[in-house]
Each structure stands twice: as C-alpha cells, then as structure tokens.
Write a protein that binds this ligand. Structure first.
Ligand SMILES: [Zn+2]
Length: 423
C-alpha cells in the first residue's frame, strides 16, 4: 500500500495558528520545537508501516523549507510541499514523476490518503483513492479555510474511513475492505458494522443519534461509494439479491448496536412509504428483510392527502415543514421512555431525521437512533469539457447505474454544450 500522509494536524499537532509563520516559510522552522508536537504514536506507526513494506509520502500544503526540515529530520520520509489541496494537479504530477507511484497508480486500490481536514478528503476523492479522516486532536478554533473544528464539513466531503488514533489507522490499512462503511462493505462480500456518526446529542434521560451506512457519491470519489446503489433502490427492476444486501448491512450494524448498549431497544421501525412511492413498498421490502431481535413495528404514517415530494422542497425549513405536515407517529403505541430505532433510505438535509426525532421525543421517547442507508456527499468535479472547456459533472444513469461525464446543457439547467463522455 502507498500511504499519502498530511503533515500538520495529522503527524504533528501544528494545525494551530501559532505555527502559521513557520508553515508559510516566513519564520525559520524550529525542528526541535516541532519534535515536541509530534502526535504520540506517529513515529512508531511510520516505522511499523515501513516494516510491513508499505511506502509513505508526506503531502503537505506548507512551505518547502518547513516540510523539508520536518520530513527529513523528524520522519525521514519523501514529501511533496505546496501541494495546493484540494487541487489534484501537483499531486498527480508528483505521482507521474515518481516511478514507483506512477506504476502503482494504475490500480487505485494501492493508495490511501490520510488527513485531518476536508481538503485532504477532497484531494483523495479527485485522485479516486480512499481517504482516512483523522481526529487526533480537539480544535479550539474554527479555521475557515481548513474547516477544522467544524465536524460536518469533512464528513459531508465523504471520507472512506475515520480514525481517532494510529492503531485504528494501522487497522484500516491492514484491512481496507473490512473497515468500509457497513453498506459499502456488503457489496464487497464483507461484514462491517462501521457507520458515519453524524450526531450524538445527550438529553437528561437519553440520547439522539444519527448514523449512515454508505456514501452516495456526487462526482469524483473512490470506487467504494454507492450512488449507483442508491439509484438502484428507486428502480422497479431492483432484484431481491440487491435488497438482501441492503438489509444485511442494516442487520450487521444493528448487531453491533445491540452488543454496545446496556439497555434493550424497544422498537425497530422505518420511515414508511407513501401510497404513491415507486417502486411500491420501497422501504418496507428492505425493512422486512432486516434480521434483528428488536420488535419491528410500523410507527409512522403519511397523510393520505400528501401532495408533492420531499425531495422537491427547496430547503431545510420547507423539508421539515413538509414532514411535520404530512408524516405522523401512530397514536396506537405508548412511546414513553421507549428506545427506538428508525431506518430511512437517505440522509440529505437531515430534515427528516430531526423532525422524526422531535415527534418521538414529544411522545416521551428516551433513546432514538436514526439510521440512514445513504447520505449524499458534497459534489466534486475537476474534468473540463474537451469540446467547450466548461466544467463537466459526473452523472449516473438511474436505470443501469452507469456513470458518465456530462457537459450539462441549458435544457438541464447547465451552461455546457451537452457533450457526454462515458466512464
Ligand atoms: Zn462542453
């Protein structure tokens, strides 16, 4: 495996603005000082990875004087400085000019990129390689460019993995398939209970948590993201094998949830299908295939007069209003002090998750776990149209899941020439 490592905030605790002058090359790099800011475990992690035969490179946005001094005198690793993340041009040129990397780049599975900010994740996505978002420190300030201290921003960028320490990172590198998100893993024939942890809010008598099982890619990404699978859910020709796999990923995660918690979950439910939903019973079919010891109930119901679609609501506020108006919790069940798990297909603006949690809390529910199969990651594209020079977007054929670049014409609210390149 070839491992690209970010420097500041990933190997050294230097994300703080105090180090800015050194990173910018304005002040001399004090290597002895920086040595004291190397994260615990970083040096032994590097040593171990080299012994395993992996190749490591530092990819940093900082000034050459700073990166050179640290890479050579502290870590003894080759490096690229002024990488200009998330732009992938310099990293691609670095790969092409390094024979080992150039050869290995024919198979993107040979690579993994590790970093602590959305810039690292975006760079990895543009290179179509897997990414690990690290969280080795707690930031005290929100830094606007890097989005450090803002948890949602890097998560919405869609890293393949998350690591809180170097042991977790080493485990991911040794077992890249087993560490995929639960739903992404089942399509590789592997069991995983990994999820994206979007929200954990503790109440006086319980908690609300939002979790997601797969990334729905929008544009460039590694090959494990699942936009093609997301669209397959809507396809009337979806197969039972496909639905079985989706349900299996939920079952795998639920097993780990039941093992973690000291209390019993009272109800397992899902966001019901509308009468008009196509294919009919879109979510119910998946829900019925989920294997769990938790009692399954249908807690939610749509107003039969529901008009319009949630996805056509323009913003968060109108989405919540739409749910509040048309989706209600059955009065039949006593939810006081109950612990409830709710499954939904997609997490976009989080409006459904928040509105349903609010309804359940208002009915006295104690612990709420909202699980979405997919969440939409931020769009990312770097392809220019060879015909007109405008930016091209990756699109997916909803019927067959094939991906293609589109220079989106005005007919589809774009500004491009309509050129299409199949991937
Ligand atoms: Zn064009």
């Amino acid at each position: 495996m070839i491992i690209f490592l970010d420097l500041d905030g990933t190997l050294t605790h230097t994300a703080h603005s105090y180090f800015k002058k050194m990173k910018d090359g304005i002040a001399n790099t004090d290597v002895e000082l920086i040595k004291r800011y190397v994260f615990p475990g970083a040096l032994s992690f590097i040593k171990e990875q080299l012994l395993l035969g992996n190749k490591l490179y530092i990819i940093s946005d900082s000034h050459p004087n700073y990166v050179k001094a640290i890479a050579e005198q502290i870590f003894d690793l080759p490096y690229l400085s002024l990488a200009d993340k998330p732009n992938d041009k310099k990293t691609r040129a670095f790969i092409q000019s390094t024979p080992n990397l150039k050869e290995a780049f024919h198979n993107k599975d040979n690579f993994i990129l590790v970093g602590d900010s959305w810039l690292d994740v975006a760079l990895g996505r543009l290179l179509n390689i897997r990414t690990v978002l690290t969280k080795l420190y707690t930031s005290t300030e929100v830094e606007l460019r890097d989005g450090i201290g803002d948890d949602w921003k890097p998560m919405k960028q869609g890293p393949t993995y998350y690591a809180n320490n170097f042991n977790e990172l080493a485990n991911i590198i040794s077992n890249p398939l087993k560490n995929l998100l639960a739903l992404e893993a089942v399509f590789q024939g592997v069991i995983s209970s990994k999820v994206v942890k979007f929200k954990f809010h503790k109440h006086t008598n319980g908690f609300t948590a939002f979790r997601c099982l797969a990334r729905q890619d929008d544009g460039e990404c590694d090959r494990f993201a699942s936009a093609d699978k997301y669209f397959q859910i809507d396809n009337p020709a979806r197969t039972i094998d496909f639905l079985d796999n989706l349900a299996l990923s939920v079952s795998n995660y639920l097993k780990s949830v039941e093992a973690q918690n000291t209390f019993k979950w009272d109800y397992l439910s899902y966001v019901s299908d509308k009468k008009t939903t196509k294919p009919p019973n879109k979510m119910k079919q998946i829900f019925d295939l989920v294997k769990s010891n938790i009692p399954k109930v249908e807690l939610f119901e749509w107003d039969p007069n529901v008009e319009g679609k949630l996805r056509y609501q323009p913003d968060y506020k109108s989405r919540r209003e739409f749910i509040a108006k048309y989706l209600s919790t059955h009065k039949y069940y006593d939810l006081k002090d109950k612990s409830i798990i709710v499954i939904d297909d997609q997490f976009t603006s989080s409006a459904t998750a928040y509105e349903i949690s609010t309804q359940l809390r208002n009915r006295g529910a104690k612990n709420i776990l909202f699980i979405a199969l997919f969440y939409l990651i931020l769009p990312l594209s770097n392809k220019t149209c060879p015909k007109c020079g405008k930016s091209m977007q990756i699109k997916i054929n909803r019927d067959n899941g094939n991906k293609f670049y589109s220079c989106i014409p005005p007919k589809y609210r774009g500004e491009g020439c309509g050129n299409i390149i199949n991937i």
